[in-house]
Design a protein around this ligand. Structure first.
Ligand SMILES: Cc1ncc(COP(=O)(O)O)c(C=O)c1O
Length: 372
């Protein structure tokens, strides 16, 4: 048996956790011997209505062109996004999913071969799992601030910032808890974070809010050059499988991130689909309305079942079921894939992504049977 043990690999990799995604339908079908079309996945906060029909049609058209490299600078997509957001294309950096933007932030602020062990990244307890992974990958020190009612305690996070701090990550709404930070706290926090600390405001779920606090004007006016907003096409736009997200920030900082970005990180179909999806206001509206109704459905059901849950501002809901792993497995046997939360230190909870009304009913029926 040969081994790679003689290689001088990055020591951070020795105990770096591997991200545990929601289980793919095909995996579960294979394991349980069930037909794939009988299984529903409510585990990764995807759009239950699928991609926008406009995006699907545009991709069909584009298929014959995949022998050519995509536009590495995604000219048309950046133009359209910039116009929609009220910024300029130089404010935008595209990522292979917004996950890639998180990695760009690591390269930009934590890389460089220096003594990164002395650099801090501040996050909240129950933060999105990729922030700690990227922090540890770059050998930086993770400072985890205790959550308040399962959400970010922004005043405490502000206090946790020291001269060693390089990045602060805040997802609002947060995944996996679905919590939304109070507006006044966010405004104060954004204004008070020191200007030598990169503030990443992760807005992956902002499209599900009725009346979101928009930080975009701060980028537009150039008043917060240390602020970057992250958005994604994976959630409300239903394009998770294509891997496309973006950062919105100061043009000089964005120019630095552009040096890190692989030349063709956004493939042709992703660019094409995202461009078309931006025009599909109806698909977005329908998804948002279904989400409000689905959240209400689950909240009401959980109240009836006397199950504790965390009121959610996103497209998923966290519910307290006792033994999360057992309930996850019981639901899976019924062809319903949800997300166990042990990896987030919430082993008594499961996270359910909002599905179509039929999927929600089926999930609830399986849950009721599992906790009986
Ligand atoms: C808070 C948050 N940020 C970022 C992402 C990454 O999304 P993507 O890489 O698909 O754009 C997710 C995905 O679940 C998320 O929940």
């Amino acid at each position: 048996m040969t081994s790679h043990k003689n290689l001088k690999i990055n020591p951070a990799l020795n105990d770096l956790p591997v991200y545990q995604p929601g289980r793919p339908i095909e995996d579960v079908a294979r394991e349980l011997g069930l037909p794939a079309d009988g299984i529903i996945k409510l585990a990764s906060n995807e759009n239950p209505f699928g991609p926008s029909p406009l995006a699907q049609a545009a991709m069909q058209q584009a298929l014959a062109g995949v022998n050519l490299y995509p536009d590495g600078n995604a000219f048309y997509l950046k133009q359209k996004l910039a116009a929609k957001l009220g910024v300029v294309p130089a404010n935008l950096v595209l990522g292979n999913g917004s996950n890639e933007i998180i990695e760009f932030a690591g390269h930009a602020l934590l890389g460089g071969g220096g003594a990164t062990a002395t650099l801090d990244v501040v996050v909240s307890q129950y933060c999105f799992a990729v922030y700690p992974i990227v922090t540890k990958l770059f050998g930086a020190n993770l400072v985890t601030v205790p959550a308040k009612n399962y959400g970010h305690d922004l005043p405490a996070m502000l206090k946790a910032i020291t001269p060693r701090t390089r990045i602060v990550f805040v997802a609002n709404p947060n995944n996996p808890t679905g919590t939304l930070a109070p507006r006044e706290d966010v405004i104060r926090f954004v204004s008070d974070v020191r200007d030598d600390v990169l503030l990443v405001m992760d807005e992956a779920y902002i499209d599900f809010l009725e009346d979101p606090l928009l930080l975009m004007p701060l980028v537009r006016q150039g008043t917060k050059p240390n602020l970057i907003l992250m958005r994604t096409f994976s959630k409300i736009y239903g394009l998770a499988g294509l891997r496309i997200g973006y950062g919105i920030g100061n043009p000089d900082f964005v120019a630095a991130l552009e040096k890190i970005r692989q030349p063709f990180n956004i493939n042709l179909l992703a660019q094409t689909a995202a461009l078309a999806a931006l025009d599909d206001a109806e698909h977005v509206r329908r998804t948002r309305e279904n989400n409000f109704a689905g959240l209400k459905f689950f909240e009401q059901a959980f109240r009836g079942l006397k199950l504790e849950f965390i009121p959610s501002s996103a497209n998923f809901i966290l519910v307290h079921v006792g033994d999360g792993q057992r309930v996850f497995e019981a639901l899976q046997k019924e062809g319903v894939i949800v997300r166990p939360m042990g990896g987030y230190q919430l082993p008594e909870w499961i996270r359910i992504s909002i599905g179509t009304p039929e999927q929600n009913e089926r999930c609830l029926a399986a849950l009721k049977a599992a906790i009986k």
